[in-house]
Ligand binder design. Structure first.
Ligand SMILES: Cc1cc2nc3c(=O)[nH]c(=O)nc-3n(C[C@H](O)[C@H](O)[C@H](O)COP(=O)(O)OP(=O)(O)OC[C@H]3O[C@@H](n4cnc5c(N)ncnc54)[C@H](O)[C@@H]3O)c2cc1C
Ligand code: SF4
Length: 475
């Protein structure tokens, strides 16, 4: 432990962000680069607890007290080596992880947690800049061939690990670029695509073959997959969206959020698309849903110059600070204020969507909502059910609405059916979280396709563990 009284000397401090008026004029990342001194002071706040709850809170088991100490000692190369021992892509998680480690940090009992995520991001960036980060070419090859289907964080992590173990890895991706939802879901202002491209270039140098614009099951048959590879990893994501079953769902102007975000990501990267333009300039926008996808729609709509933006939540507003229902070290259900919220939108809580209002041509003119009253379980204090308040219906005028209610499961049509992979009751690929093996002998599954919609950090953790099991199977 570097500085025993660090947490008494320094308060939690994050680097400054670009001003809202400036940052919504473009799609660039807007968190300014912190000084090494600031990072050094923040790392000094780590108390090196006997039981590192932060480390247990991280799905990757990142060795947080050790890299904090290395940062405090200004041993950046050591910090990077420690970080990379558990996390293949700290430059991704350092930007988009909701940081369950910080919720678990012991300082959170009566103070504010260590800025673990920001430290992680900057360890990675400094390592790239100072040249500690280098491609690691494997020294031997096993002669075994592995196909990874899907290039999101789960597929990338599995491919990374398997290649380092000496196997010959081919990653198939149906999109024109590598990265999955990192590339075509999450916008550039949260994760600049150059950050993904930088890592993919290195992985290619390390020996991984990337084959883009190949939809396995359509452009490359499941028979070829079986014939040409010794093991197959399915990391295809959870992409079938949850829909809203209300009247006039088919109104012109109602879209799934991912159709909007995918197109926006393509437009910004100059990738051609054939669908009609979905643009919010000068429009009244409603975003239905409360997660990352909804938040990304708001940030994108503000950058496109939307006139008004509303976000619709069916749950009530959460408290800003922990209360008795969420004591440390539980992950607290706090009011989320994302960078997109800072940029401007009206948030409507505890309302349920009833249907879409249209003009006589079927164009969207409004969203009808009703207020709801939630009831808590007397023991767990969690919200369990609700009733609609009679006579509380109202309409928000809008020209465009995005449905951001999450995802049901992986796409079943095509490869999953062709390989005859069994599904669990939710429609995810069957494959337990110890073996990651499906019902087919040499086919493994990981990431959102197996676990259901989740987080980048979980996808990386899944890809790593799955790779271990594939390696055991092959060797
Ligand atoms: C808009 C949005 C914002 C998000 N923001 C965050 C965030 O801020 N923080 C966070 O932690 N998580 C976030 N998430 C969740 C996170 O992105 C996912 O949990 C994560 O990307 C899942 O990784 P994955 O590798 O399992 O799947 P994916 O990232 O979905 O990748 C699966 C890939 O498989 C490819 N594929 C599928 N079928 C085939 C086939 N037959 N042949 C070839 N390729 C195929 C797909 O094209 C895709 O590229 C967000 C999700 C969305 C939708
Ligand atoms: S990956 Fe996420 S949970 Fe793990 S240390 Fe980094 S920010 Fe925390």
């Amino acid at each position: 432990m570097g500085k025993p009284d660090g947490f008494l000397l320094y308060d939690r401090e994050l680097p400054a962000k670009e001003k809202v008026a400036e940052r919504i004029t473009n799609y660039k990342e807007f968190i300014r680069r912190p000084s090494e001194e600031l990072l050094n002071h923040q790392a000094a706040r780590c108390m090196d607890c006997g039981i590192p709850f932060c480390q247990n809170g991280c799905p990757l088991g990142n060795v947080i007290p050790e890299f904090n100490d290395a940062v405090y000692q200004k041993h950046w190369e050591k910090a990077y080596t420690i970080l990379m021992s558990t996390n293949n892509f700290p430059e991704f998680t350092g930007r988009v992880c909701p940081a369950p480690c910080e919720s678990a940090c012991v300082l959170g009992i009566n103070s504010r947690p260590v800025t673990i995520e920001e430290i992680e991001k900057n360890i990675a960036e400094i390592a790239f800049e100072k040249g500690f980060a280098k491609p690691q070419i494997p020294e031997f090859r096993t002669g075994k061939k592995v196909a990874v289907v899907g290039s999101g964080p789960a597929g990338m992590a599995a491919a990374y690990q398997l290649n380092q173990m000496g196997h010959e890895v081919t990653v198939f991706e149906k999109d024109p670029e590598i990265g999955g939802l990192l590339r075509f879901g999450i916008p550039d202002f949260k994760l600049d695509k150059k950050i993904i491209e930088r890592r993919v270039r290195w992985m290619a140098e390390e020996g991984i073959e990337f084959r883009t614009s190949v939809n396995v099951g359509e452009d490359y048959s499941s028979d070829d997959l079986n014939r040409n590879f010794d093991a197959i990893v399915l990391a295809m994501g959870s992409t079938v969206p949850k829909d809203l079953r209300v009247y006039n769902r088919e109104a012109r102007g109602v879209y799934f959020a991912m159709d909007y975000l995918r197109q926006s990501n393509k437009r910004i990267s100059g990738i051609p698309y054939t669908e009609e333009d979905i643009l919010t300039h000068g429009k009244k926008v409603v975003v239905i849903g409360g997660g990352d996808t909804a938040s990304d729609c708001i940030g994108t709509a503000n950058r496109q110059g939307a006139k008004e933006i509303y976000q619709i939540y069916y749950k009530p507003e959460q408290p800003a600070e922990r209360d008795e229902t969420m004591p440390w070290p539980t992950v607290p259900m706090l009011l989320q204020v994302t960078s997109s919220h800072e940029e401007g939108c009206v948030r409507k809580w505890a309302v349920n969507s009833k249907g879409f209002e249209t003009d006589k041509n079927g164009n969207l003119t409004g969203l009808k909502l009703v207020e709801v009253e939630w009831h808590r379980d007397p023991v767990t204090r969690q919200f369990v059910n609700y009733n609609e308040k009679p006579g509380s219906e109202f309409v928000i005028e809008c020209d465009i609405a995005f449905i951001a209610l999450g995802y049901k499961h992986v796409e079943h049509q095509g490869l999953v059916e062709q390989l005859d992979i069994h599904l669990d009751t939710k429609g995810n690929l069957m494959g337990d979280d110890v073996e990651f093996r499906t019902n087919q002998q040499k086919v493994f599954a990981c990431g959102d396709a197996r676990k259901g919609q989740s987080l980048v950090v979980w996808a990386i953790a899944e890809g790593r563990k799955c790779a271990e099991k594939v390696d055991e199977f092959l060797t």
